[in-house]
Write a protein that binds this ligand. Structure first.
Ligand code: EPZ
Length: 421
């Protein structure tokens, strides 16, 4: 298993953001809604994308993935089982359920198990599909959904922690081929959901209301193939902003969509950063302060501050002057990185969904263990900001979601090496 060796670094120069993993995955699942060819550009080359490719292949699709372009060849198939061996490695595979039952009348998708970031139920996915008329049976660790014909319905998707990104994706993908009109209330408004809607519209779907919590979907008999370009990864862009702040380095970020990063800019500015966006090139310039100001951060569904950046920004707050409070409103248990940061000399106290961070002058390098995708990105940032050397184990987590992370960081001047353990 590979490890990262990381040491204190000053970053400078430009970094280009890749296509969004979390936009790509549901869009790949949506190709199950047609027997025609789909070409999807700007898909990041990542472990999670390869997992989704394998699932689509098992479901009968023929796929070519070259130079960030994914071609899903026209091919008819009646296969409907997404096996546990693959689903267990990536929860997003559960969003094959909606398109499979809509197009192939039957879907058998393994239920994703527990997750290191906390309980991640799928009740909203199931509730939505039942309301569209699917018969659902949960048996032997699988969710079996069947429907001769789905029927448009009124679906309310609010859960205890707000909207659900992938439940919204699943229900939209089922409703586009249902008979009649579906209204989805409390839909997720994340840019990745809006992007899925644009993709489906290109396939011929009739959907109104993207970027809002109220969607109206008129079902169609069939959908066609199309060409589409994946949006930039806002979480990758936010991760580079955190790296810039934590290492007190001025960097420029290219290829991101500034409109998707408002809440992140707001927090970074409160922390003392100066952020300039060039209107023509859309390059985002980050000028961090000499001393980071303590701030309070609450994670919320979009357009709130993303849970997927909570760990990375905690590293910055560990170096701030004063006390900060992070409130995690999406995944109250998503704090596995706290213990690792404390081992680097940070003072973070976690109680339930709250973490109080007492800012310190510096962090010290240590032997570290990555626990999940975003926590591993946080540990890399912490290693770059700390004195001495850090050795980070289990970096396969980071390879799930950051395309060429060490190449990109090295280009910015980071001291980071991938070594065989
Ligand atoms: C998506 O997961 C992302 N994954 C996650 O990114 C991200 O953290 C999350 O949205 C929140 O923004 C992908 O897009 C592939 P949710 P998703 O359903 O859709 C609760 C990353 O690091 N809930 O929006 O699975 C749930 O427990 C990852 O890239 C229910 O109660 O998340 C959570 O508290 C990790 N019942 C809240 O809703 C349900 O049926 C939001 O989760 C579904 C969810």
């Amino acid at each position: 298993m590979d490890k990262f060796l990381v040491s204190k670094s000053n970053l400078s120069g430009r970094v280009r953001v890749s296509g969004s993993k979390n936009a790509s995955l549901p869009i790949m699942a949506a190709t199950l809604l047609t027997d025609e060819k789909c070409i999807i550009k700007n898909v990041p080359c990542l472990k999670d994308i390869n997992t989704m490719i394998k699932i689509l292949e098992i479901l009968g699709k023929k796929i070519i993935f070259e130079k960030n372009t994914l071609t899903v060849e026209a091919k008819k198939s009646k296969k409907y089982v997404a096996p546990y061996q693959l689903v267990k490695t990536m929860r997003a595979s559960f969003c094959c359920l909606g398109p499979l039952v809509a197009k192939r009348k039957k879907a058998k998708v393994a239920l994703p198990g527990g997750c290191v970031i906390g309980p991640r139920p799928v009740d909203l996915h199931i509730k939505g599909l039942i309301s569209l008329g699917a018969d659902i049976l949960v048996e032997d660790g699988y969710c079996l959904a069947e429907a001769k014909k789905l029927k448009g319905s009124h679906v309310y998707l609010g859960g205890p922690f707000g909207s659900s990104v992938l439940a919204t994706a699943n229900i939209i993908m089922a409703a586009v081929l249902a008979e009649g009109t579906t209204v989805v209330e409390h839909a997720a408004c994340e840019p990745e959901v809006a992007s899925l809607i644009l993709f489906l519209r290109k396939m011929g779907a009739d959907i109104e209301g993207e970027n809002t919590p109220l969607l109206r979907i008129k079902g169609k008999k069939t959908l066609r193939g199309c060409e589409f370009e994946i949006i930039p990864d806002r979480i990758e862009a936010g991760t580079f902003i955190a790296a810039s702040l934590a290492t007190h380095s001025h960097i420029n970020i290219e290829g991101a969509e500034p409109g998707h990063l408002t809440s992140v800019f707001e927090v970074a500015r409160k922390m003392g950063a100066k952020i300039k966006i060039d209107k023509n090139s859309r390059i985002i310039q980050i000028n961090p302060p000499k001393k980071i100001k303590a701030v309070n951060i609450t994670t919320l569904p979009y357009p709130g501050f993303p849970t997927d950046l909570q760990a990375q920004f905690m590293v910055c707050l560990a170096k701030a002057s004063g006390m900060s409070l992070i409130t995690e409103k999406i995944y109250p248990d998503r704090f596995m990185h706290v213990a690792e940061l404390n081992r680097m000399g940070a003072t973070v106290q976690r109680t339930g969904p709250y973490s109080v961070i007492e800012g310190k002058k510096g962090l010290k390098g240590a032997e570290l263990m990555a626990s999940d995708l975003r926590a591993s990105a946080a540990l890399v940032i912490a290693g770059l900001a700390a004195s001495g050397k850090s050795r980070i184990a289990r970096i396969y987590h980071i390879d799930r979601g950051y395309e060429g992370i060490e190449k990109k960081l090295k280009k910015l001047g980071a001291n980071i090496e991938r070594v065989k353990a």
